[in-house]
Design a protein around this ligand. Structure first.
Ligand code: FE2
Length: 211
């Protein structure tokens, strides 16, 4: 990642604003808050695996924690609506990535790489994403897109089945042209270290302790 250098003061302001925004997100809709925390946690672990520098891990984790902060500017009921979502409501929901970009820009304490990556977290490498259908994302946006999808696929969400970690990865493999090729390969290797592969591990009953 292109490194930006944060001063001690910038770092303090960024951490303070991140806490403030996450607290507001919790009050707005706690499932989105918990989702954000999970994406932040997994992103941080994946960035460590990728050997990013300490500062880039802080920047990447902050972006992951705040990727959905723009959902606060969307009518809350839409996130729990089971069915009958209109095209207009769908567009309102999709705009949350741009709202995230605006909220972080207005805060005036976040580096440009965080703002840009948050704005792109629903874009896809094949141009099939939203809101701008771009096909060139920042590496950090590509990473958040992968972790976000993997996390969301395993959550209870209106209109979507809850998947196991194996099923989530299998689903992602079916649409792997959505993801950066190199980073998605690294993601699969990372998951192997967590015991998750795209093939279920064949288990046999233990019939002998010496076999
Ligand atoms: Fe999102």
């Amino acid at each position: 990642m292109s490194t930006c250098i944060l001063t001690e003061q910038q770092y303090k302001e960024m951490v303070s604003k991140t806490h403030q925004l996450l607290s507001a997100l919790y009050n707005y809709h706690s499932p989105i808050y918990h989702h954000s925390l999970q994406v932040g946690k997994v992103t941080q672990s994946f960035l460590r695996y990728l050997n990013w520098s300490s500062q880039d891990i802080i920047i990447g984790t902050t972006a992951a924690l705040l990727h959905d902060i723009g959902k606060m500017r969307v009518e809350k009921e839409l996130w729990s609506k089971e069915q009958g979502i209109t095209i207009l409501e769908y567009i309102q929901m999709e705009v949350h990535a741009s709202h995230s970009q605006n909220i972080l820009t207005e805060a005036a304490v976040f580096p440009a790489i965080i703002i840009e990556s948050v704005a792109q977290h629903h874009e896809r490498e094949n141009g099939a994403g939203y809101p701008n259908k771009i096909n060139k994302m920042t590496p950090l946006a590509s990473i958040i897109a992968i972790v976000n999808d993997y996390t969301a696929l395993q959550e209870i969400r209106p209109g979507h089945p809850v998947r196991s970690s194996f099923q989530a990865l299998t689903h992602m493999l079916e649409q792997e042209n959505h993801y950066d090729r190199v980073l998605f390969r690294a993601w699969q290797n990372y998951l192997v270290l967590q015991g998750i592969t795209s093939q279920p591990i064949e288990t046999k009953p233990i019939t002998s302790l010496t076999a």
